[in-house]
Structure formats: structure tokens, C-alpha cells
Design a protein around this ligand. Structure first.
Ligand SMILES: Nc1nc2c(c(=O)[nH]1)N[C@H]1C(S)=C(S)[C@@H](COP(=O)(O)OP(=O)(O)OC[C@H]3O[C@@H](n4cnc5c(=O)[nH]c(N)nc54)[C@H](O)[C@@H]3O)O[C@H]1N2
Ligand SMILES: Nc1nc2c(c(=O)[nH]1)N[C@H]1C(S)=C(S)[C@@H](COP(=O)(O)OP(=O)(O)OC[C@H]3O[C@@H](n4cnc5c(=O)[nH]c(N)nc54)[C@H](O)[C@@H]3O)O[C@H]1N2
Ligand code: SF4
Ligand SMILES: [Mo]
Length: 758
């Protein structure tokens, strides 16, 4: 038996773990890693059963090719990659980069492979990066771009230190998303000087711990938030000094907000006006306050506008750049890019003319870009670490689109619903069989990074993504098979110089061969990679990122404990990243240094965003979502105690909720004549699925919910639990970001009589 360090891969927190592994490579004990600098020993119940990810009946072992009759045959890596390379090149030569897109590229904890995956897009001369973030967070990123200057300016919330915390459309008790969520919630609850407010249509596990719960009608957040802002403005509770010193455009925003018909808007949200006034006043006058939002705000109506209003809340009250407020944070791994659609050079999609946000295109439009874009359509797609057939809106449309492709390649650890449609399935080593990390490190003022080491040998013939994509690039002729000069320098450079001679040589080479710049990750992997200790080759590309971070934030990196001059500081950080099994803190800022992270020219925040103010003015025209045909609102995709996106496939991992039941209020169940455990049909204008009913006192009347992360066909069987996205729409989406309205889906529900259930 060995004891090793790693991290949980089931949500964005990636809590540090200590695991015992027996001689057969099975996890026998999993506990929190006290030495992990961010999670400090914390875990939730989901981590204990990670063995079901590592070993399950759907794990892939060999590359597979689909034959004409639909069945898969085992092929060698060379056979698969040679054919994929030549088919990709053929498509590029005949149709250009527009004909190719990637889908996915990293899940909750595996972002290392993503750095290599993007290179395939570059080799194909394509910009089309479709990713699940484009169905949740891109509206938020767009607003960040306008307010803070770049879409890479990502905001975070100091919930741990805030006196007043507003949780809007998130349920951290189940979904986490904030440091050590359950402990943090408990601390706020126990402290009588601190206040927790939850804005959510369901009385969630988080809402039950809150001081105030505003149980609004789904889809009305923009009404409620603008009313709260208006109260703050009309009652003169905004922070004049902060606004004068740090922001532009307040007068314009103020004018619009002052005109909001407060009582009317609060009535639309269907919550008590006196409580809303109290929340507005107490939030604005609290010593420190912050706002945490997630899918409840981002999968509902007015996604982008909601993100704007939420940011205005903490900005006009001056709760930014302070302990206990909202802040920006550093990033070591650039998960997001910046793509301003006002720049005419930004490449739009062929059919929808959609622009990318933060470099990401919205999954909603992918079926049309494949099926309806004519000669210039997308003809080849490569999917990684994502299962779009279950997780992207409008499953039937996507299925039809994927089936029409000239080439679909899926890289996954498991046989997924998407993989079953592929021409080639490439089996990846699991996240415990290779080097990995998450790029979702969003802490401020301290930010952390955890490079996870491989704990186990790769299963069967599986390969880690860096190897898969580097081989593919080599076969496509995008990069040479070797770089003898760079390899030699890497090998012979004395340890003390921290690979700086190597870096200098690489930069010189890349300056001379600009075409190779896009493939730097694979070049570093093949050259520097081979001299890194403990087989850490895949992490070689972190070196230039560490150097860049240190050059940008030398004080923050030094405070975090690293030493060196302008050139060597980043190399010192890199060495620590390679060495520390529990992860490191890589930057330590003072709160007021948040302004160094703002990317506008004058470091001021732009509050007046014309598109958002226009959408706000049009808000009263918004019509009701429900109708007599579809009288219920379905929140399609709740986070519960035993779901974790599509990461687990074996249903045996769930301790509760085997069917992924539909939650509804007792009143609604009675009126439909349904009892707990009974089957029903849930129908939207797009599709129908069968569900099992659960009665939940916490549900608002007229609202039902289904969990995310079900519907998979384990070992080729029938779907287990709701296939949610057979109901959801790719057309009903945010006008700007095109993120879907998953949480505000009009449906009807009917009892499944014995006859039609059969
Ligand atoms: N257990 C578990 N944890 C997870 C995941 C998982 O699958 N399982 N997935 C991870 C991922 S990828 C993500 S993005 C996060 C998401 O994390 P969350 O966003 O916190 O999770 P959800 O349960 O999807 O939605 C949050 C809340 O939004 C509420 N809501 C629904 N409609 C509305 C509305 O119109 N307005 C408001 N204000 N609220 C509304 C729902 O009632 C729900 O309580 O969770 C992560 N963590
Ligand atoms: N209706 C509805 N739809 C939703 C949501 C919702 O709430 N409602 N939530 C949305 C959200 S917020 C998100 S983030 C998405 C998530 O949906 P996806 O983007 O599809 O991501 P995951 O579900 O995390 O899928 C992870 C896939 O990666 C594979 N995998 C695991 N480890 C590795 C690895 O090391 N290498 C490779 N190559 N593959 C690996 C798993 O087997 C699995 O197939 O779903 C979205 N879809
Ligand atoms: S699911 Fe999230 S919060 Fe729970 S242990 Fe894993 S990473 Fe931590
Ligand atoms: Mo997500």
C-alpha cells in the first residue's frame, strides 16, 4: 500500500486529497489533505467514492475506430492518429479552418490537456473553440471585459471575510464554488454580526442556513436586482468617494436606475418589498459585503444583464478591492482569452455570425453551424473532456449534427454517449494516471496552484492528452519530430540557472519560426519535458507561464515566498510547483493592489455599458415564460449531494437519488395527483422524458427541478435518470451571450398512467 497526494476532480474547488492505494491500484482510503494550502483538509462527501471514476465498466482501454456497420474495432495508436491526421489535413486543405471546431477541452479538474488541445485548433487554422463555459459564464465574462478592460479580468468574492454575503442563484452547500463551502457557511451562520442572504426560488440547503431567503420567481432576477440598486440610489446609500475615484459613467447608470419602478419590479419577482428594502439598505451599509452568483443567475433569463447588475451592486457600494468584498484575481493558467467583438478582426461563425467571448463560442449554435452553414459548415469536430450529447442543449439537434460530420474524434476516459457517435475514440489516461491541474484558481489576495502527480500507471493502452496531441501534431507535420538543439541545451544546462538558457534559446527559435509559436506547449513537452524530474514533462509549459506571472506581479510572487531577480523569480516558482505535492500559493497581494489587475487604460472601472442599459430599459416588455400549455417552470440542472457533472458513469457511486428525481412542491404534487416515487412525464416544446417524483417542501409552487449529471447509458444500457437536454432549447437563449435558459424552461407535467408508462 502507498499513501499519496492528489486532488478531488469533482468540482471547481479541486480540494487536496491524501489517498491510500493498495497493490492492485485501488483507492482504499480517501481523506482531505491538511497541507493543501487552499483547502486545508476540507472535503465533501462526493470525494470518498472517487474509485468509481478511476475504475468503472465504461473505462476505455484502446483506440477505437467505428466501422461502416456502426460497430467499433480496436486499432493501434499509429493507425488511428495517422488516419485522423490525414483526414484533418484533407479537410483543412479543401475547406479551410472554418470547417473545424473543438468541443470541450478540460472538465472540473483537468485543464492540463487543454493547453495541448488548443494546438490542434491552431494546426487546423481554426478559431472555433466550443466549450461548456459558453453555456454558463460567457455573459459574465463579456461584462468583465467592458467593465474591467479585458475578458480575462475574472471576479471573485471574499465570502470568508464578508460581514454581509449575498448568494444569488447558487447553492454552495451542494455545489461548493467557494473555499471550504460548508465550513464557511457555518462560520457566517454562527456569527451574529454577519448576515447571509440567499436569492433562490428553492429553499436550498444554503437558504436554510441564511438569515434571509428571498424565494423569487425564476427568471426575475434582473427585476429584483435593479430594484435593489434603485433603492440604494434613491436612498443615497452608494459610495460617492469610491465612484469618484475609481469609476466612470456613474451618472448615466444612476439616471437609469433612479427611474426603476421599485414596487412594480419587486412584485414581478414576487417577494416582499419590505424585506427587499432591508436587504438593499443593509448590504449598502454593511462594513464589508460581497456577492456570489452562479448558474441560478446564469442559466436563467437575462444572463448577461444579471451579471452586469450583480457587479453594479458591489461597485456602487464600494465593496471592491477590499477584504470581504469582490475582487479580481491573478491567473497562472490562462483559461480565458480576450475577444472583443467590436474588433473587426474577430472571427465570427458562418451561420449565426456569432462572436467568441473570452475566446469561447456558445454550444447552442453548434448544431446550426454544422447543419445549416452550407459549403462553409463545420465538417470535423474533436471533443475532449466533455460529453455534449448529454450536457449541451437540444440533444436531438446535436445528435443529428454530430452524425452528419465527416470526422468526429472523441478523447475521453470513458465510453460516453458522444463517443458512441465518433469515427475515432481515443482513450485518455485518467486524472490519477497523469500529471494534471485545474486552472480554476480564483482566490484573492492569495492564489494557489496544485500540480498533481501521476499516482498510478496508465490503464491499458491509454495515453495522457499531451502525448496524444503532440503525436497528432507531429503526424500533421505541424511540428518537427525533434528539436535536437533545444533538447541539448535543456540537458546540459546547470540546475542553478533554472532552465533560463533553455528558455532564451526557445524564445529565439520561436521568434525566428513564428509558425511554431502556437505549438510551444508541445515543443516544451518534447524538449524541456524530458529533463524534468519525476516524469513531469507535461508540465514543462508552466515554466514560461510562471516567468510571465512573476514578471507581471513580482511583489505578489515574492510575498508568496519565492526568490530571484527579474529573470529567475518565475523559475523559482516553477521549481516549487514541481516539488510541492500539496500545491503552492503563487501570489499574495494586498487588497488595494487589485487595481494592478484592472486592465482599463486609466485603471478605472467603466460602469455605463450601453448594451446593458438598453436591455434594462426593455425589461418591462419581458413576457411570462409559462403558458397554459406549459404551466410549470423547470430548473433543468440542479446540483445535489450525488451528482458531479458527467464525471461518474457507474450508478453505483450514488448513495441517494438513483433516478435523479423531479422535485416539486407538495401543493403541485397534490394538484397533479402525484405522490412521491411515482412516475410522470415532463414535456417541453422540444421533447419529453419520463421522471420520478420527489416532494420537496422547499420548492416554490409552479417550479420543478431536475438534477444535472444523469441520463448516461452505463455499459450501453438504457439512460439512467433524466436526459435533461432532450427538453432544453438551443434557441431560447440570452440575446448577447447565447447562453441557454436551462433554469427557466417552460414544461408541462402529467401523471404516467400504468398504460402509457409501459
Ligand atoms: N454536487 C455538485 N456540485 C457541483 C456540480 C455538480 O454537478 N454536482 N457541478 C459544478 C459546476 S460545473 C457548476 S457550474 C456549479 C454550479 O453551481 P450552482 O449554480 O450553485 O448550482 P445549481 O444547483 O445548478 O444552481 C444554483 C441554484 O440556482 C437556483 N435557481 C434556479 N433558477 C433560478 C433563478 O431564476 N434565479 C435565481 N436567483 N436562482 C435560480 C436553483 O434553485 C439552485 O439552487 O456547481 C459545481 N459543483
Ligand atoms: N440542462 C443542463 N445542461 C447543463 C447544465 C445544467 O445545469 N443543465 N450544466 C452545464 C454546466 S455548468 C457544465 S460545466 C457542463 C458540464 O458538461 P461537460 O462539458 O460535458 O463536462 P463534464 O460533464 O464534466 O464531462 C466530463 C467528461 O470528461 C471525461 N473525463 C474525465 N476525466 C477525463 C480526462 O482526464 N481526460 C479526458 N479526455 N476526459 C475525461 C468524463 O468521462 C466525461 O465524459 O454541463 C452543462 N450542461
Ligand atoms: S466535490 Fe468539490 S468540494 Fe467536494 S471534495 Fe471534491 S473538490 Fe472538494
Ligand atoms: Mo459548470
Amino acid at each position: 500500500m502507498t499513501t499519496q497526494k492528489t486532488a478531488c476532480i469533482l468540482c471547481s474547488r479541486n480540494c487536496g486529497l491524501v489517498v491510500d492505494i493498495d497493490a492492485q491500484g485501488h483507492f482504499t482510503k480517501i481523506r482531505g489533505d491538511e497541507q493543501h494550502p487552499v483547502s486545508k483538509g476540507y472535503i465533501c462527501q462526493k470525494a470518498a467514492r472517487l474509485a468509481h471514476y478511476q475504475q468503472n465498466g465504461d473505462r476505455l482501454s484502446h483506440p477505437l475506430r467505428r466501422e461502416a456497420d456502426g460497430h467499433f474495432v480496436q486499432v493501434s495508436w499509429d493507425e488511428a492518429l495517422n488516419d485522423i491526421a490525414s483526414r484533418l489535413i484533407n479537410i483543412r486543405e479543401k475547406h479551410g479552418g472554418k470547417a473545424f471546431a473543438t468541443a470541450g477541452g478540460g472538465g472540473q479538474g483537468n485543464h492540463l490537456g487543454g493547453a495541448y488541445f488548443g494546438q490542434i485548433r491552431a494546426a487546423m487554422k481554426s478559431r472555433f473553440n466550443y466549450n461548456s463555459l459558453g453555456q454558463e459564464k460567457t455573459g459574465d465574462f463579456w461584462v468583465n471585459g467592458r467593465m474591467f478592460g479585458r475578458q480575462t479580468c475574472h471576479t471573485t468574492e471574499d465570502v470568508e471575510h464578508a460581514d454581509y454575503v449575498l448568494f444569488i442563484g447558487c447553492n454552495p452547500f451542494q455545489s461548493h464554488g467557494i473555499p471550504n463551502a460548508r465550513d464557511t457557511l457555518k462560520d457566517i451562520r454562527k456569527d451574529t454580526n454577519r448576515t447571509m442572504v440567499v436569492i433562490d426560488p428553492r429553499r436550498t440547503e444554503t437558504a436554510k442556513q441564511a438569515d434571509i431567503h428571498l424565494q423569487l420567481k425564476p427568471g426575475t432576477d434582473a427585476f429584483l436586482l435593479s430594484a435593489i440598486l434603485s433603492i440604494i440610489i434613491r436612498e443615497d446609500l452608494y459610495d460617492r468617494d469610491f465612484l469618484a475615484r475609481h469609476c466612470h459613467g456613474f451618472e448615466t447608470v444612476e439616471k437609469t436606475l433612479r427611474e426603476i419602478p421599485i414596487a412594480d419590479y419587486v412584485a414581478r419577482a414576487d417577494v416582499p418589498l419590505d424585506v427587499v428594502e432591508k436587504v438593499a439598505r443593509d448590504f449598502a451599509t454593511a462594513k464589508t459585503a460581497c456577492v456570489r452568483v452562479d448558474l441560478g443567475l446564469q442559466h436563467t433569463l437575462n444572463t448577461t444583464l444579471n451579471g452586469y447588475l450583480e457587479k453594479l451592486l458591489y461597485l456602487i457600494t464600494g465593496n471592491f478591492g477590499i477584504k470581504g468584498g469582490n475582487n479580481l484575481h491573478t491567473s497562472l493558467i490562462p483559461v480565458l482569452g480576450h475577444t472583443d467583438e467590436r474588433n473587426p478582426r474577430i472571427q465570427r461563425t458562418v451561420y449565426h455570425k456569432m462572436f467568441p467571448i473570452a475566446g469561447i463560442f456558445p454550444p447552442n449554435i453548434l448544431p446550426d453551424e454544422i447543419l445549416l452553414a452550407g459549403e462553409d459548415r463545420i465538417r470535423a469536430v474533436m471533443v475532449e473532456s466533455s460529453n455534449p450529447l448529454l450536457t449541451w442543449p437540444d440533444t436531438p439537434a446535436l445528435e443529428k449534427a454530430f452524425k452528419s460530420l465527416e470526422l468526429l474524434v472523441v478523447v475521453d476516459v470513458a465510453m460516453t454517449e458522444t463517443a458512441r457517435l465518433a469515427h475515432y475514440i481515443l482513450p485518455a489516461a485518467s486524472q490519477f494516471e497523469k500529471y494534471e491541474f485545474t486552472g480554476f484558481n480564483m482566490e484573492f489576495p492569495h492564489n494557489g496552484f496544485h500540480l498533481r502527480h501521476a499516482l498510478l500507471p496508465s490503464h491499458a493502452e491509454t495515453l495522457a492528452e499531451p502525448e496524444i496531441y503532440t503525436r497528432l501534431l507531429e503526424k500533421m507535420g505541424a511540428i518537427p519530430k525533434s528539436f535536437p538543439w533545444l533538447s541539448r541545451i535543456a540537458r546540459h544546462e546547470p540546475k542553478a540557472t533554472g532552465h533560463l538558457a533553455y528558455m532564451a534559446a526557445t524564445l529565439t527559435m520561436l521568434a525566428r519560426h513564428k509558425k511554431l509559436q502556437a505549438f510551444a506547449a508541445s515543443i516544451l513537452y518534447r524538449t524541456l519535458g524530458s529533463v524534468l524530474p519525476n516524469g513531469a514533462a507535461a508540465a514543462a509549459f508552466v515554466l514560461p507561464l510562471a516567468i510571465q506571472l512573476a514578471a507581471e506581479h513580482p511583489h505578489a510572487v515574492r510575498r508568496a515566498g519565492y526568490q530571484g531577480n527579474r529573470f529567475t523569480l518565475g523559475a523559482d516558482l516553477f521549481q516549487a510547483i514541481l516539488r510541492e505535492r500539496s500545491g503552492v500559493i503563487f501570489s499574495e497581494h494586498h487588497y488595494d493592489e487589485v487595481w494592478s489587475l484592472v486592465k482599463t487604460k486609466d485603471k478605472r472601472i467603466q460602469l455605463a455599458i450601453a448594451e446593458m442599459l438598453e436591455e434594462l430599459r426593455l425589461l418591462p416588455k419581458q413576457s411570462d415564460t409559462t403558458s397554459s400549455d406549459y404551466p410549470f417552470i423547470l430548473a433543468a440542472g440542479e446540483r445535489r449531494s450525488y451528482n458531479a457533472n458527467q464525471i461518474y458513469r457507474d450508478p453505483a457511486w450514488r448513495k441517494v437519488d438513483p433516478h435523479g428525481a423531479m422535485r416539486m412542491s407538495p401543493e403541485d404534487a397534490t394538484s397533479l395527483g402525484l405522490v412521491a416515487g411515482e412516475s410522470a412525464f415532463c414535456t417541453s416544446k422540444h421533447g419529453e422524458i419520463s421522471v420520478v417524483v420527489e416532494i420537496d417542501e422547499g420548492m416554490r409552487q409552479g417550479v420543478v427541478s431536475l438534477p444535472h449529471g444523469y441520463g448516461n447509458r452505463y455499459q450501453g444500457g438504457n439512460p439512467i435518470g433524466p436526459e435533461l437536454n432532450r427538453l432544453t432549447s438551443r434557441i431560447d437563449c440570452d440575446p448577447l451571450s447565447r447562453t441557454p435558459h436551462h433554469k427557466c424552461l417552460p414544461v408541462s407535467i402529467r401523471k404516467a398512467t400504468d398504460q402509457n408508462a409501459a
